[in-house]
Design a protein around this ligand. Structure first.
Ligand code: HEC
Length: 120
């Protein structure tokens, strides 16, 4: 009898420990800090743009479609201009951007401030 109770208790203990283990990270973790570089890559901006200061090389080979290396370029624009440009609401050098940003405003904010720090 004693043995059975001991066995049951140890099962219970492992169930509780498993539950704590699995619920811990999901519920307790702070929201991930938005990382402009990660957003840049996730939005596939690196298809057309290198950012040499961050070690990013564009993946598209065609010179005709590709955009410029954004190092020292985005830093010249203010945040408002870049934000509008990337939402295709505004122009840079008299042109609208080919690709509209599809993420949230928070992500766009993080992306724009990261871009503005890319200088060499
Ligand atoms: C399909 C190719 C393509 C993709 C994808 C792309 N771009 Fe561009 N981008 C261009 C081209 C080409 C230009 C040059 C201006 C023009 O002709 O629109 C440009 C211009 C820019 C500029 C302005 C540079 C300057 O002259 O000051 C910024 C900033 C920029 N892109 C950021 C981004 C970001 C951020 C992303 C991802 C959300 C992105 N681009 C995705 C092609 C692309």
């Amino acid at each position: 009898m004693k043995q059975t109770i001991g066995f049951a208790l140890s099962i219970l203990a492992s169930v509780v420990m498993l539950a704590v283990f699995y619920s811990g990270p999901a519920s307790g973790a702070a929201p991930a800090k938005l990382d402009g570089k990660q957003i840049f890559l996730a939005q596939k901006c690196n298809l057309c743009h290198s950012v040499s200061s961050a070690g990013i090389e564009r993946t598209m080979k065609s010179e005709k479609m590709a955009g410029p290396d954004l190092t020292n370029l985005a830093a010249k624009q203010d945040a408002g201009t870049l934000t509008k440009f990337l939402r295709k609401e505004g122009e840079i050098n008299g042109k609208k951007h080919g690709k509209g940003f599809t993420g949230s405003d928070e992500e766009l904010g993080a992306l724009v401030s990261w871009l503005q720090q890319q200088k060499k």
